[in-house]
Design a protein around this ligand. Structure first.
Ligand SMILES: [Zn+2]
Length: 56
C-alpha cells in the first residue's frame, strides 16, 4: 500500500489517495482531469506521482 498527497505535486491541492501504485495512478488520473482540468495525464506527471508516493 502506498499513499499520495496531490499537494506534493500541485501546491495547494488537498486531495489524498491510498492504495496500490496502479490504484493511486488511476485515482490521480481521474482527479487530475476532473479537478485540475487536464485532458490527459502526461508521463511526466505519472513519474512525479510515483516519486511522491509514500509507504502507507
Ligand atoms: Zn489535486
Amino acid at each position: 500500500m502506498k499513499r499520495f498527497r496531490c499537494g506534493d505535486v500541485v501546491p495547494g491541492c488537498t486531495a489524498r489517495f491510498e492504495g496500490s501504485e496502479d490504484e493511486i495512478l488511476a485515482q490521480v488520473g481521474a482527479h487530475a482531469t476532473r479537478d485540475h482540468g487536464l485532458t490527459e495525464v502526461p508521463p511526466e506527471l505519472v513519474q512525479a506521482v510515483r516519486a511522491a508516493m509514500q509507504p502507507a
